[in-house]
Design a protein around this ligand. Structure first.
Ligand code: ASP
Length: 346
């Protein structure tokens, strides 16, 4: 009888250790219990977004658009859609709004053009796609997805990326589609200042902000995805490209850990490999998503002098928005469809 009990206990022990050493084991800490079976987080840029610079009407417009985008993503996930579809379609709403520095509302480069960047990544396969410096694609995030799914490459740039997107049947627009008076005035003001510097200040709306958009999502099948889309920096020169189309800096997703989308001063985000660093801290140091995001944004990036923030979601559906600027346009949606919109620091 004793021998039987011993064999029974031994098999339970062996079974447990097999499960623990599975390569699929999630890199989360014990105290991080499952939060949501599915959910998403979006951002519309970080910077010196202060209540005193905002009219109630503008605040309402930002809130309404963030809510609309978040609601769209939620509906896709709720109906069993993939995180990739949720990310792409949510970003379409933000790209199609003139409020954000992506798609329609993209800022102007020094040459008077709008040069757009975007990237997308899938956590299950670690597949990724991106476009940089495109000037006539209505929704650059969809071009990034086509690069991921229908090409042998990860990053296509400028005319080549535009030709590829056209062959893929994506919507091409006249470059005048991206003209908005507000962004054009920002370029004029930036040029009155220092001709040679990309203006990190958007004088027209009197706030020091970036305005890139992004979305991260976890679907019901446990798959993560992340996407980011931007017009870059006002008055940027020499076909400057920031972090948004750079996998590991502006965007990263890995089903073992989390999905991340960044916004901020791109040069710092590239050098700090921000999005990948957060995932790596979870994978190799078993940090929680919250701890890893805080460490990278509030400590590592800040020490380098980098301004900005990230949104992220992990495999357990923890929703995070971390930024070291006074504000970041953002919204979180949990599995019950509760949408929490934020603009300023809490
Ligand atoms: N990160 C973007 C860039 O540097 C700007 C932004 O986040 O708004 O191009």
């Amino acid at each position: 009888m004793k021998k039987f009990a011993f064999i029974f206990l031994l098999s339970i022990f062996l079974l447990n250790s097999c499960t623990d050493s599975s390569p699929e084991k999630k890199a989360t800490t014990v105290n991080e219990m499952s939060k949501n079976n599915f959910g998403l987080v979006i951002h519309g840029g970080a910077g010196t977004i202060l209540k005193e610079n905002m009219t109630p009407e503008m605040e309402a417009q930002y809130e309404a658009t963030l809510k609309k985008a978040a609601q769209k993503g939620y509906e896709i996930l709720q109906n069993g859609g993939t995180s990739l579809d949720a990310v792409e379609q949510t970003i379409h709403i933000l790209e199609n709004s003139p409020l954000f520095n992506a798609g329609k509302g993209a800022v102007f480069a020094n040459n008077g053009k709008n040069e757009l960047d975007a990237s997308i990544m899938e956590g299950k396969t670690l597949n990724a796609g991106a476009v940089a410096g495109v000037t006539n694609l209505k929704n650059p995030i969809s071009a990034a997805r086509k690069v991921m799914e229908n090409s042998d490459h990860v990053l296509l740039a400028r005319q080549g990326a535009e030709e590829f997107a056209a062959l893929q049947g994506l919507e091409i627009v006249d470059t005048s589609y991206f003209y908005t008076e507000a962004r054009f005035k920002s370029l004029q003001k930036a040029k009155m200042g220092n001709q040679d510097k990309a203006a990190y200040i958007d004088p027209y709306i009197k706030e020091y902000k970036y305005g890139t958009v992004g979305c991260v999502a976890l679907d019901k099948d446990g798959n993560l995805a992340a996407g980011t889309s931007t017009g870059g920096m006002t008055n940027k020169k020499w076909n400057r490209i920031g972090d948004s189309p750079i996998i590991g800096a502006g965007t990263y997703a890995n089903n073992k850990t989390c999905a991340v989308s960044s916004t901020g001063h791109g040069e710092y985000f590239i050098r700090a490999a921000v999005a990948y660093d957060i995932s790596a801290m979870m994978e190799y140091k078993s940090m929680s998503l919250e701890e890893a995001a805080k460490e990278v944004i509030q400590n590592k990036l800040k020490k380098m002098g980098g301004d900005g923030g990230i949104i992220a979601i992990d495999t357990n559906g923890n929703l995070v928005a971390e930024f070291n600027t006074p504000g970041m346009y953002r919204a979180k949606v949990d599995e019950n469809g509760n949408i929490t919109v934020g603009i300023y620091k809490e």
